[in-house]
Design a protein around this ligand. Structure first.
Ligand code: GLU
Length: 472
């Protein structure tokens, strides 16, 4: 049997890049040995739930080229794959633990708990539930249940000894049992906590490898106690390092956090995003950076996941995206970039628009950036700087060069890039001028600036009428 991994997002309607990175790792671990990638929706916190979030997650994973084998919208033997549809299961297993004596009903009210918290606060101690309800007698419990008192089910932690959990990335994690709180497994509204549901679901869904953020690492000994209580085999744990912002703090809106959709809408290609994210916390064995999904599936090795946090660097992502944009076939590139162009081009020919976009294929790092580089073709106002003006007057050949361009371009039968390229050669031949003196004067005259895209494209895009006028 191949590995079975699961991506277990909450349906919040966002996909932070840290989450997506985890999903990629999960996908690769499963696919590396021909296993299954499962989508499980963790909606036990109903307040965070957002309409349409499941479609959104499917859409994101599809864009990233990660096929889901089992999930809410796929067939699968171990569903339902949405936690809120599994409440009966959690209740059944929680009650089984009560029967086994490793969990208990707790009837403490919110008021009692607040009071306990206050006392802990006064003593400057972290609050930890004191386990008082674990001492209730069978009769007391039966009576309270009969009266319909609200209850939660808590896990009874051993008070002595040490729990050890093995993690592929972090090694053995040891925790004194005395610091483990009798955590809530089932809430009074019948919903499980993450701490309980993750164990039940991972077991029932036959998950072999649990990959998740390392914020769960310190909690994992508690989960193992649950596996032990049920007599189940725990999965292989792979906790992955955090993704930090450029300032070394946890990624947040302030230091550059982005969601997948933010990036996608800015014109980052999903392939480039995936390629970049996989290298946050994982390093390939060979010195190589650009990977297709197939290559990642083949090369991904969990032993090369790092313990140290990774830093999200938009510049590096742009480097990848530029590379991916640049290697798209022209037709695909045009399809990709065209929707990002916001300038009004309704009166331009298709050839003109395509030439414009292709001229900058090598210049942009993300789709929206196209608008920043093409502005010279939509802005008629420009001034020639003092230095450039001085340059135009610095050589006696320049007026002749400009005059020749003007005449040749004015009489050109077809206005296209190729023909304009020939004009440049002709001007060179006729005037005997070459290099900087051949290109810079015309660039300055027609656009105000001494550099720009390929000269034939620049002349073509500005258009015959304007070019002639500006050369006059
Ligand atoms: N719902 C949890 C989260 O989004 C999943 C953690 C896990 O993968 O177990 O953080």
């Amino acid at each position: 049997m191949g590995s079975r991994t699961r991506f277990a997002p909450s349906p919040t309607g966002f996909m932070h890049i840290g989450n997506l990175r985890t999903a990629i790792f999960e996908y690769l671990v499963a696919k590396h040995d021909g296993g299954e990638f499962i989508l499980r929706i963790e909606d036990t916190d109903q307040n965070r739930k957002v309409e349409g979030a499941i479609d959104f997650i499917y859409n994101t994973l599809k864009l990233c080229n990660m096929d889901i084998d089992e999930g809410p919208k796929n067939k699968g033997e171990y569903g339902p794959y949405i936690q809120s549809e599994r409440l009966d299961l959690y209740k059944k297993y929680a009650e089984e633990l009560v029967e086994k004596g490793v969990a208990y009903y707790c009837f403490c009210t919110e008021e009692t708990l607040s009071l306990m918290r206050e006392i802990a606060d006064k003593k400057h101690k972290p609050f930890m539930y004191d386990g008082r309800c674990s001492h209730l007698s069978k009769e007391e419990i039966a009576e309270k249940l009969a009266k319909g008192e609200k209850y939660v089910i808590r896990q009874k932690m051993p008070k002595e000894g040490v729990s050890v959990v093995h993690d592929v990335v972090y090694g053995d994690v040891r925790v004194e049992n005395s610091v483990l709180e009798d955590q809530i497994l089932l809430k009074s509204d019948g919903y499980p906590t993450y701490n309980f549901a993750n164990v039940i679901d991972d077991h029932l869904m036959h998950i072999t490898h649990v990959i998740r953020g390392n914020e769960y690492l310190s909690q994992t000994p508690k989960y193992n106690l649950l596996y032990e209580a049920f007599g189940w085999e725990a999965p292989t744990y792979i906790h992955v390092p955090m993704v930090l912002g450029s300032d070394g703090n946890k990624l947040s809106k302030r230091n550059g956090d982005a969601s997948f959709m933010d990036l996608y809408e800015e014109g980052y290609l999903p392939e480039a995003i995936v390629n970049y994210l996989v290298l946050l916390g994982w390093s390939p064995s060979e010195n190589k950076e650009v990977f297709t999904m197939e290559e990642l599936i083949k090369d991904f090795d969990i032993k090369r996941i790092s313990k140290s946090p990774a830093t999200y660097d938009i510049k590096k992502l742009q480097w990848f995206n530029h590379k991916y944009i640049n290697t798209l076939p022209d037709e695909k590139y045009l399809e990709f970039v065209r929707p990002f162009l916001t300038y009004d081009v309704h009166d331009k020919s298709e050839e003109w628009v395509n030439t414009l976009l292709l001229t900058y294929k090598d210049h942009i790092s993300y789709g929206k950036e196209i608008n920043e580089v093409v502005d010279i073709f939509f802005n008629d106002e420009f001034t020639i700087s003092k230095e450039n003006q001085e340059f135009l007057e610095s050589d006696e050949n320049i007026p002749l060069v400009i005059k020749t361009y003007k005449e040749e371009l004015a009489s050109l039968p077809d206005w296209n890039v190729e023909a304009i390229g020939e004009v440049i050669d002709k001007v060179k031949e006729k005037t005997g001028v070459k290099g900087k003196l051949l290109y810079m004067p015309i660039r300055i005259k027609i656009s105000g600036i001494e550099h720009g895209p390929e000269l034939p494209q620049e002349i073509y895009l500005i258009g015959r009428e304007k070019v002639i006028e500006r050369l006059s």
